[in-house]
Write a protein that binds this ligand. Structure first.
Ligand SMILES: Nc1nc2c(ncn2[C@@H]2O[C@H](COP(=O)(O)OP(=O)(O)O)[C@@H](O)[C@H]2O)c(=O)[nH]1
Ligand SMILES: [Mg+2]
Length: 288
């Protein structure tokens, strides 16, 4: 049975027994919310139910959603109208960075039409990554600024920003490498990219999005810790949300690092990319 079905089943039981609370704690942990938060939430729920005389599972479910909502940080993805916007897409290999760059470009084309978007092929570590981004660019009709395999990603980004300003673009979306020879190399490279954009500060509105794969569970928490620790990211893109119905990661990341989830990737197509909506998400996670 799918995870989301199981949590919904739990709230279909008639009596609000201790067993329901125990099973709820287990399910929240399984749903990637993290053990300490899961226990904390269940204790808070129990005591609210007692205080407020809640005796039905239906009302307990509503209360749980309220408690969960409290831990979810949200932020809207907005583009500054008067400046060039720059988004750096960060994350480890395979989480969906390149795909998310293309999806974000497509989303901006649709929802903020008018001025162009530029893609920057900042993953120069793998030749295939540059090719992959170019193919997306062709499909979307978006300019891709790239150099050869092995080039300095900082230089690629610098070029892309210049090209975007010349072309009166509204947004540069930069792909980055998720792998280097060592983790120290990777972090050094990200810090360098960060410096490149910061040199343009005042001229650009700059954001770093961390791409996390919803299917990777607690690993994603570790990734958030490393990337956020290195370059202070602004928000999360949660990919492969379609392949898993466990969404607890979003709450865990929000609570642990104060990071809002901005977009959900829900499939491989461009249109499978939606702004994160906490209410819809909670309906999905706990049941309507
Ligand atoms: N089902 C699903 N697959 C995704 C999603 N985002 C990316 N992928 C797939 O994940 C794989 C890795 O994506 P890619 O963008 O190359 O990851 P990168 O290494 O971080 O750049 C590809 O096969 C993508 O099609 C998503 O939201 N849902
Ligand atoms: Mg890639």
């Amino acid at each position: 049975m799918k995870f989301s079905e199981r949590i919904k089943m739990l709230f279909r039981r008639n009596l609000l027994t201790d067993e329901v609370f125990e099973d709820l704690a287990d399910l929240l942990i399984e749903g990637d919310i993290g053990a300490s938060l899961a226990f904390e939430l269940v204790e808070a729920l129990k005591s609210s139910c007692r205080k407020e005389g809640i005796s039905t599972t239906e009302d307990a479910k509503k209360k749980l959603k309220e408690l969960l909502r409290h831990h979810i940080k949200t932020a809207k993805f907005e583009l500054a109208p008067d400046r060039l916007n720059v988004v750096l897409m960060l994350g480890v290999n395979g989480v969906g960075k390149t795909t998310s760059c293309a999806k974000l470009a497509s989303w901006v084309q649709k929802t903020r039409p008018g001025r162009p978007v530029v893609l920057a092929a900042g993953d120069t570590f793998r030749a295939a990554a540059i090719e992959q981004l170019k193919i997306h660019g062709e499909r979307l009709g978006v300019r891709v600024v790239a150099q050869q395999h092995g080039a300095d990603p900082g230089a690629v980004l610098w070029d892309a920003i210049d090209a975007a300003r010349t072309g009166n673009a509204q947004l540069v979306i930069a792909d980055t490498a998720g792998r280097m020879h060592t983790r120290a190399d990777l972090l050094k490279e990200l810090e360098k990219l960060d410096r490149v954009v910061k040199q343009k500060a005042g001229e650009v509105d700059y954001r770093k999005l961390l791409v996390l794969d919803a299917t990777t569970g607690q690993n994603a928490m570790r990734q958030a810790e490393i990337f956020h620790g290195a370059v202070n990211v602004d928000g999360v893109v949660m990919t492969k949300y379609d392949s898993t119905s466990k969404g607890g990661m979003i709450i865990a990341v929000s609570r642990q690092f104060g990071l809002p989830t901005l977009f959900l990737g829900t499939g491989e197509k461009y249109e499978n990319f939606v702004p994160f909506d906490p209410e819809a998400y909670l309906d999905d996670f706990v049941g309507e």
